[in-house]
Each structure stands twice: as structure tokens, then as C-alpha cells.
Design a protein. Sequence first.
Lengths: 564, 267
Amino acid sequence: MERLKRRPYLFGLLAAALVVGFVALSLAHPSKAQSPRLERYLPADAVGFVEVNDLRAQALKVIESEAWREFTKENQAASTLFMMAANHAGALDASYAVALLGVGANADGHPDPQFALVAEFNGAAARRTFEGRVLRFVGKAEEKGVTRKTEQYGDVEINSILPEGKRGFAYAQVGDTLYLSNTSEAVKRLLDVRAGKLPSLETNQTFAQARALSKAVDGMFGFLDGARLTALIDNAPASADSKGVAAFREFFHGTGASSVQSVAFTSAFEDGRVVERFVVTAPQRDGVLATVASNPPTPQALLSLVPEDAVAAFDASIANAPQTFDQMISLAGQVAEQTGKKSPADALAEFTDKTGVDLRGELLGSLGPEFCAAQLSSGEDAGGVIILGVKDEAAFAQALAKFAAHKQRATSEREYKGVTVHHIEGEKGRGLEYAFVGGSFVASSKGTLVERVIDTAQSSRSLKSSAAYAAASAQAAGQPQFVYYNSNVDYLNRLGHALKSSDDTFKADGQSASLRPTFAFGITRPEGFYVESHTPLGTFPRLLTAITSKFGAEKDNGKGNGAE
Amino acid sequence: MTRGMLKAMLWKEWRETRWKWLAFALAFHIPLGIAGLVLTLRESARFDLYALSDAVAAQVLEVALVLQSGFLITAGLFLLAFFAVGSVGAELDNRSMFFLFERPVKRWQIVLFKYAVGAVQTTACVGLSILSTLGVVYLVMAAAATNVTLAGSWHSFVEVASNGTRGAVWTTVIALMVYSATFLFSVWFEKWWIAVIAGAISLVLMFYYFGGDLFDWVINRATVAPRAGITLEFYGRLEPWPILFMLLISTGLYLASQYVFARKEMK
């Protein structure tokens, strides 16, 4: 004891160790929003939902991302203030799920979708902040025209807010979880799930399979139950507008959408970028979907005609385009019959009358197996070019000539490096420039862009042979049906434009950065379709923008009201 | 007094007060400690730190400068009083002072050494704490914030730190005056707790009569300037007369300490 008295720092060390231990424990333990599994709170028969896990963690990943770092170099103060505004808007300390629970019938007998928002907060303070800013009607319940009803359901109180002449909503809170819906019935269903009276979505086998197929578990996750959606559409309540419902049902089945078992969507950060994945499970496909799925992979041959400094390019297989067209026309005909609107055959005849060209026979029939669209430059010189593989060059050219003659448009030709470039005069000084390069049809509204494609064809430097494209396309697994590439040379400007508020805080032009290109591809697999994209930030900035603008505005309004 | 005796006296003072001084130096960075706790425990604070960029680093440093200055001229002065009250009284209380009286050293020299070592320790601590706080904030930002770099925020750091030296001058002079007053109480009262009470009362009186002036000299002009936020150019603008006045008071208090010590009846 005497020894301890002589060493008071031992007590200090002990106290410090206790503090460090407490802090480490609190940091190591994940908060509710960090491990939400919000499917636990949704009913097993939910049609679909989208959840955002731990919004604060996602916002931190945005800050760390390659794109945001570059963006911050150009918009230093604005980007920091944007993130701080999102931080203090009071909505980051939570995970959210928005779900479609089903369709009921409203008082008039019309179908009424039941949506629900489930928010799991890190604590009571975060939940109260959210309630204070989002459920603003609660605070105004006593105001004229707003009715507030309270209903006891078990040991939970359900509040219904009904503004006069507008759609109302109902909400309930249990612990740090908030349930919000456009109907109180939906809130009751959610509470029943919580109480164990109804099975949760977690027990749904389709959901479990879709969850297992999705690689990422953080970020965003979306799920759509195909069977539930089909049942929902097939069993939609009949109403005065039954023709429209029946026509939509016909269209839904005709496109093959009813053969989709499930759709899973994930969006997560990987290596400083956002990877988004769609998994469509449809092992036995019908209708248009089956025809599209049987398209062979794109040979990506047309990308050899795209200049290597192209801003963006989309290349897809269209081998089954004529069959798809026929099916769509047939389907549209059936729908038209039910609704009594103009049939597609009439519309095609009208097109032929107006242009002098048979769309199906002369244009679609001459198409090759591949389609490519590219943007060749950014800014004021922006321009697009379309490149189509054609089976019969002469027939395609003749169709265009017929079109020009029928429309009485002036035509001209010129030679560029041994290739004939055609011009069809358009309205208001615009026109169409086109040429056939290596058996492919190349068209643009600007002659210079057609010339650049010709230059590319005659040189060995194309987008396909570029190192940037090779690196980006290395992410594609298998043989895709379509690919999309974007150099992202203009990404920061687009991001600035997307985030720009009325304060004009972000630059929306004049920014350039060497970000890794965006790449997306889609593949048909035996079990369905798979689409994957690698982008700088995905949809997260827009999500944060929505939160900042909506919640920030609420905050400002709140202050304003308080001042009054 | 020989050179050897001088060194021995200095060494004695340093050895007796070095741990206390270190604790005092740490205590003068309490705002940093609070900020560290907030960052550790509050996720939203960590998020803000993470979201910082070079462009706003200057604003964070400015806030740190004002907060540290505010701490120094309020709670910091009470800390300083606690440090100074043990200068002489404690040695009289535990009678170790009489050991010095056995040495060939004059009474005034003992007081001079104690005053000088204590004054250097406290003023150095107070003055440097502004710069050390800014340094720590600068390094933490560069280490933790994704978009803050040492090079990118260097200019901001230099600008704020160089303006901060004016605040360091003010706080050093104020600290010297408070130290001198508490030193006098330490000489006057043998019981340390009486000296603490006397020091606290005199500090409260000082705040009552001159508190507003202290804030005006160091902080207020920078924070209530026409421009929103903190205007560095108005921070701690040096005014010779108040500074000279406080130095004169410090000198007077020191001489008073010598006078009291010389006539003090010690048994």
C-alpha cells in the first residue's frame, strides 16, 4: 500500500487503461445501423425492397473514393461543406429500406400500392432528429387541414397523419426502428412481422437465393420477387379502368417479365469505386425476354472503328433485332386490340407513307449482328456517331436514298480518304452525314465525326486496341451481350452539375481528371441475366444530394419557423 | 555567488519542478484533449474531420487558435495560479527553505531564482501552447482527413501560426502578470491553500474589472469583425501600452515579493 502511495501514476495508468478499454469496446461493437438486416422487418410476401446499409459508412467511402478526391481538388470548400451538410442533416446514422409490400384497394376500389419505409437508427437521438425533420406534419398536426389519428395496435401506437386533399401517411416506432407507410394497414403488417405473427422476408427462399447470389453485403441492396410481382399484376383489383389493367397484364406476360423469378441489385464500394450488379434469375424465359436472351455475344468488332479518345461507347449484339421487333409488334398489336388504340401495323404503314421506307423489310432486315453508339468528344464539340453492322450495304443505302427522295431532301457526296461521305440535308440546317466503312454504316450529324471514324479505320489506333479499354474490359467475365465504356474525362463536370445547388457552389465545367474509365457489361447466363458496372461513384452522390437538399431544407425551415 | 552556485540553484529549481511543469504543460492542452475525446466518441465529429479539405484547413486552424487563446485567458490562468502558489510557500511550509538559508546565498537571490525559473516555465508553456496546439491540429488533419495534405495546408498553417504569435505575446504577458501576483501570495502565505484562495479571488477580481479588455485584446476583434467567421488580421493586435502596463505590474509584483520575503518572519 505504501508503495502504491509513492507511485500515484499507477492509479493514473489504471484509469487511463479503463478509459481506453471503454472506448475500444464502444468502437468495436457495431451499431444497429451497421448490421441492420432490414429484411427481418419486412413480410415474407413483400414484392421487393431496396435498402441502404449504414449511410454514414457509405458517405465515408464516397469521401475516400478516387473520384471524390479528384473532385475535392477542384471544389475544395464546396465538397467539404457538402459532406458536412449531409453529416449534420441527421439522416446518416441509420440504415433504410424502402419496400413495396403489395397492392390493396383504396376507398374508390382503385389499386393502391402499399409502400413502406423502415429505418433502423443508431440510437434514440438519431431517430428523434429524423422524426423532427422528416415527419414535419407531426409538428403541424394541429394546423388547419391536417388530421392526426392515433391507434393502439398491441403495445405500439400507430400515428396517422392525414393532410386535407393530399395523401397521408402512418408511422410507428418500436425502439430505434421507425416504420412509415402510406397506409396504416401496411404498418400493422410490419409490426406483425416484428412481433413474430407473420414470417419475415428472411424466411423467403427466393430472397435467400437472391441474397446469396449477390456478392456484396454492404452499400445498397435491392430485391424484387418475380413471382410476387406476377401475382400482384394478375390479381390486381378490377376497376373502371379494367381495359388498361388487362392490356398491361398482356404486355407484362408478352415481354416475358412474368418468367423472371427474382431480381437482385447490389451497389458497393470496391477499390475506391462503385460496383453495381444486377442478377436477374430467369432460368426458363418466355416471350421477348427469351428472344433477347438468345442473342449471341457481341463481337465488339465495331469498337475497332471508334477513335481511341472517345468519351463513351456502347456496343451491343442485335443479331435478334428483327425477331425482337416482330415480337414487340405482335405484342403491341394485342395490347392495341384490347385498348382500342392505333395498331402497330397502322403505325408502320404511316411510317412508310411518311418516309418511303419499309422499316422492317428495308432497314431492320439489312442490319448486321452489332450496334455501336459513341460520343467522340466532350464540351462544345460534343457529338455522337452511330455505327451499325449491315448485311446488305446496297439495300441499306438504297433505303436512305429513298427516304431522302421521298422527303425531297437535297443530297450530296464527297470523298474523304477514298471513302464516299454522303450528306442528306435536314431541317434547320441540320443534316445526316454517313458513310460505309468496312461494311459498317457510320452516321452522325457532324461530318468531322464520320471522318474521324474513317481515320480510325485506316489507322491501327482505335478504342478497342487502346490500353485504357483493355484494362477496363478486363473486368468483364465471359462474353457479354453488351458493353458500355466511358473515359470519364467529363465525369467531374457531370458530378458538379448533378450536385450543383442554387448556390452554384460546384464547378460544372472546365474540370478534367484522369479517373479510371467506367465499364459496364451484360451477360446472358443459363440461370438468367447478369449486369455489372464499375463506375466512379454510382448513385451514392445523388443519394446524398437528395438527403442534403431535403433534410437540409427541413432544418432551415425549422430554424425559420423557430425564429418566427 | 559563484558560477557553480548559480548552476546548482538553477538545477535545484528545475529538478524540483520539472514533473509539475510537465503536468502543467499537458494541462494547458486540455482543449486538445477534449477535442480528442469528442473525435473518439462521436462518429459525426470524426466524419467532419474526415471530410475536411485543404481549403477549409485554415478555418479549422483559426477555430483552434481562438479556442486555445480563450482557454489560456480564462481557465488557463487558474491553472497557472495553482502552479505558482507552490513556488515559495510550500518550501516554507515543509521547512526545506531553511536548508537554503544555510548556504552562502542571499535571500533575494533565492527569490530571484525561484521567480525566474517559474516565470520562464509558465510563460514558455502558455506562449508555446498556442503554437503546439496549432501544430497538433495541423498534423491530425493531415493524418486523418482524406483531402488534407501537409503540403496543401502548409500555407494555411503558416498563416494562422504566424498570426498566432501575436496571441502568444499577449497570453505570455498576461500569464506573467498572473504568475507574479500568485508568486507574491506564495511568498506572503506559508499555507498553500491560503495562497490559492487569495490567487483565485484576485483572478476573479481581475476578470470582473479587466476581463472584457482581455477578450478584446486577444479574441473579440477577430470574431466580431465585419466579415463572417474569424478575421485573422484583427486577432491579438499588439498594443504597446497595455502590454507595457502589465509588464510594469509584473515587475512591481516581483519587487513586492522581494520586499515581503526580506521582511518575512520565518521560524
